[in-house]
Design a protein around this ligand. Sequence first.
Ligand code: ATP
Ligand code: MG
Length: 413
Amino acid sequence: MIYQRPRGTRDIYGDELERIELINRGAREFFKLNGFTEIRTPTFESIELFVRSIGLHTDIVEKEMYTFEHDKKMFVLRPEGTASVLRAVLENGLKPPCRLLYIGQMFRKERPQKGRYREFQQIGVELIGEAAPFYDAECINLAVRFLDTIGATHYFIELNSIGCPVCRQSYKNMIENYLKPYLPNLCSDCQRRFEKNFLRIFDCKKDSCQKIYEVAPKITDNLCEECGLHYQKTKEFLKKFNINFEENKKLVRGLDYYTRTVFEFKLKGLGAQDTIIAGGRYDLLVKELGGDNTPCIGWAMGVERMLLALPELQPEIKKSKKFFIAVIGESLFDEGVKLREMIIKNGFICIHGNPLDKIKTQMKDAHHYKVDYVIIYGEDEAAQGVYTLKNMMTGEQKKISQNEIIQFIEQCQ
Ligand code: ATP
Ligand code: MG
């Protein structure tokens, strides 16, 4: 019997892993140049951190967290990055404003589907301690420019404002009155959301519910004066940045901590898994976690989902020529070591065979690793002061001098 990986997880290797690492490297470089510092937090945290920040009545906390007990304390594999980053900012006394980038695995107990896994990677950014609407637009602008650097197009941006607790209080009565007669027609999730976390009904993925919400009053049309101005100014800055966006008054986020601006980057034709970046403002979260009043805005990108959705974006992986060194006999070992160093220094891949193996076995290994060239160095070669170079693509084989081999490697493309 062969063991199988847990459902909803993936083994990533070869070209796919290289592509992911290219994107990760691209993110590190791009965000560093935009004044960000990378932060790495633990993959597990105390359960209270997420209950406190994400909110008790959210999909994540209600049913998606992997929890475990240790030393009579409950922990969770982190389902998202923002709460951990803010915990780290407070615990390490980082002084806002600060710009942080995180790259790492997240874990959610979800029903596995294409683009929806139980372990997945996010790249996320947080602008901590920034209240002005310029930063809402800048945060979106950074995502646009980052996607540009990695060649992603074809997406569209949806924008909304979900106001603050003041706007929500007055809006709550309005939506409750409107929805009362429709309650029996809503799905069971929405009936629960309506009781516990009413804004989240709009997040429902069922058409029957969405039809009802289409004509319902929206929070965006009922913002308090300050939130209304903030939203207006954010849109003005986005236009100044030349960023196209669509307003979607039904856009809310699944997490409790969002205030005012929320946004998603989506792709057409991806079904329910169409969001590659999601984010927004969360002005109340730092205080909720015990810090001073610190307005923040940020977003997170699902890396696997983005790669799946944008095959044309798959960065070209530069294939480097591959060498195999077949030294025959222990006494010639030093020569092989020197050759390998030189090949690697020139930026090529080099595998060193086992000098105690016969030439036949070493050639078999070279075939197995699909190398481009084999350099053979055995007793004959040593006696004549030459190397045998075999081109594995053409099968051609010739004896060349030390100088020629150096030249060959240096000129190899
Ligand atoms: P969804 O509505 O798709 O469940 P979400 O609101 O739970 O998304 P966020 O918590 O905002 O998503 O996460 C940000 C991004 O991370 C998503 O837009 C998506 O690209 C990615 N993501 C979220 N959950 C998963 C998952 N289970 N598998 C792969 N990627 C995911
Ligand atoms: Mg989700």
